[in-house]
Design a protein around this ligand. Structure first.
Ligand code: SF4
Length: 397
């Protein structure tokens, strides 16, 4: 993906699901206008979910996920079915491809039940309508033919309509008025990628500009000078979690201060859950297991926060010696029950759906979950202040 393209976490993820030989892969190719999927008459050709980021009109930037058949059999087949269902964790909109010759069978009905439980909007596409006579009775159903192109444009419009029902989310823009000033504090240390800002910083700047507010970007050692040079009082100072302590000391009390991590916990996650979760640090004992989870393997972006700085800070704060485990990318654990606490990164490379699935998994298993920025702010005694854009949560600390 080029540097100018929309990050994967911000793209709408469209998952195509269906039984083997339901014509799902042909449908993916017809919708995308590309040979994304391998099409074959041999059932079960798609063995792993295939993802591709692309521009898809009239939708804009999307990620297409083509999944293996949901009726696969045998040991390997079961694993493939599991992978298909795992893809639901990141699916914003699902297209259920059902062979028009057979209509909805038990496998599709079970999938639809899961989609309903996970509140994922879905469209049922009855395939092969050039050789069958299916009837689409409901408004989320359509008959399509990858061979003749019938129904394909309408299906894209239906996906676009499902997308537009999603709410417009903001990082900070909804708390700004046009003309407001925001100061962003971005330390350029050895963990910072060469020649550019990291994704959460770029996205925050864009969100501020979208709100017709203004921003100044500075480093932590220039913050005092920056504030003195402004002739308007900033509405917010937003900093990297790592320099929270110093930035808090240098920011006058009457200016609201927060961090990129806290804003992203709210943007993609569940800030209340994360604030509740951080209190598990108070009861951590020797040998308690702590999972530190990162959303990608781009370690240059998050440096050694997860592997070095956070564990050291936790040991110092608690005076205990917990056991740490790390995961990164897609390898988030299913069974979290042995952990006393999960600390997740900001998840800038994950889409909102995937971040929510991780939070819900921890919540369902009764395991406290928080994020880097909140944990660091809490241990530095400045969480309350850093929640100032969210006054309803300040009393929890
Ligand atoms: S580790 Fe997390 S916060 Fe850091 S770049 Fe990856 S997804 Fe983003």
């Amino acid at each position: 993906m080029s540097l100018n393209s929309t990050p994967s976490g911000e793209r709408i993820h469209i998952g195509f699901f269906g039984k083997r030989n339901a014509g799902k892969s042909s449908l993916v190719n017809a919708v995308t206008g590309q040979r994304l999927a391998i099409v074959s008459d041999v059932a079960g050709t798609t063995t792993d979910p295939v993802t591709k980021a692309m521009e898809l009109l009239p939708l804009g930037p999307v990620v297409i996920i083509d999944t293996p058949g949901i009726d696969d059999e045998g040991e390997l087949g079961k694993l493939r079915v599991e992978k298909s269902y795992q893809a639901l964790a990141k699916t914003d909109i699902a297209v259920v491809a059902a062979d028009g010759n057979f209509g909805l069978t038990q496998a599709e009905l079970e999938l639809i039940e899961r989609l309903k439980t996970k509140k994922i909007p879905y469209i049922i596409a009855y395939t092969k309508c050039d050789i069958s006579d299916p009837s689409a009775k409901n408004e989320n159903e359509i008959c399509v033919s990858a061979k003749t192109g019938e129904g394909i444009e309408r299906l894209k419009e239906m996906i676009a309509a499902a997308k537009s029902e999603e709410k417009e989310a903001h990082i900070i823009g909804d708390k700004l008025d046009p003309g407001d000033m925001v100061v962003l504090v971005v330390p350029i240390d050895k963990a910072a990628p060469k020649g550019r800002l990291i994704l959460p910083q770029q996205q925050t700047i864009r969100d501020i500009l979208d709100s017709h507010a203004m921003c100044v970007v500075t480093q932590d050692d220039k913050l005092t000078q920056t504030l003195e040079s402004l002739n308007v009082k900033p509405k917010f100072v937003i900093c990297d979690s790592q320099v929270f302590g110093k930035v808090s000391r240098d920011t006058p009390d009457d200016i609201d201060l927060t961090s990129f991590s806290i804003l992203f916990a709210n943007y993609k996650g569940n800030l209340r859950l994360a604030v509740e979760g951080v209190k598990a640090l108070d009861t951590l004992c020797n040998n308690d297991e702590v999972l530190i989870a990162e959303g990608c393997t781009h370690h240059r972006q998050c440096g050694d926060i997860g592997t070095v700085k956070l564990p050291a800070l936790i040991k110092r704060f608690t005076g205990k010696d917990p056991q740490f485990t790390w995961t990164s990318g897609t390898e988030f654990r299913d069974d979290l029950t042995k952990y006393k606490l999960v600390i997740h990164c900001g998840g800038c490379m994950l889409n909102e759906k995937e971040m929510q699935s991780r939070l819900q998994a921890a919540q369902a298993q009764g395991v406290p979950i928080t994020n880097y920025g909140i944990a660091i702010a809490y241990m530095n005694g400045i969480l309350k202040r850093s929640l100032s854009p969210f006054p309803q949560l300040m009393e929890m600390v």
